[in-house]
Write a protein that binds this ligand. Sequence first.
Ligand SMILES: [Zn+2]
Ligand SMILES: [Zn+2]
Length: 163
Amino acid sequence: MNDKNNENQFVFSASEIRQAGTYSAELNILPSEFADAFPGRDVLKKLSASLEFNAAGDEILLNGKISASLALDCSRCGKSIIKSFSDVFDESFPYSVEYINVRENIRETVSLMEPMKVLCSEKCKGRCPHCGKDLNEGKCSCVQENFSPFAALKNFRPGKKMI
Ligand SMILES: [Zn+2]
Ligand SMILES: [Zn+2]
């Protein structure tokens, strides 16, 4: 595999699409090709795209579905986890274009996939704010000394942010 071939997998001949009317493509993409979706961070672990072009009327319509695995840190305990995401996009191109390059559509969709907050588990207990122990691995001694049972219980509630 060389760089040129990798780049070409995102470029489609519009005349082929116009002749066929509809045209589908499945792309398995090297994550390193879209490192620019997460500048300076090694987040993207897997990436694939499912594309469908429709030459209709005076436009070529593109429906794309992007699936990706991202390596993220749990917002509560900080553990590194791999999560799968997928999202769709639509784009239209003038009917008469020569080539359609979908790279920017894929990059933009991937770069918006990362959630504000991600949990290793809905039940993640986070870390003790005092000693930093991962409370999923067991209680630390300061939980028992400093917190009431009710305060500790609150941290079990899914969706409650705990740092
Ligand atoms: Zn966690
Ligand atoms: Zn502690």
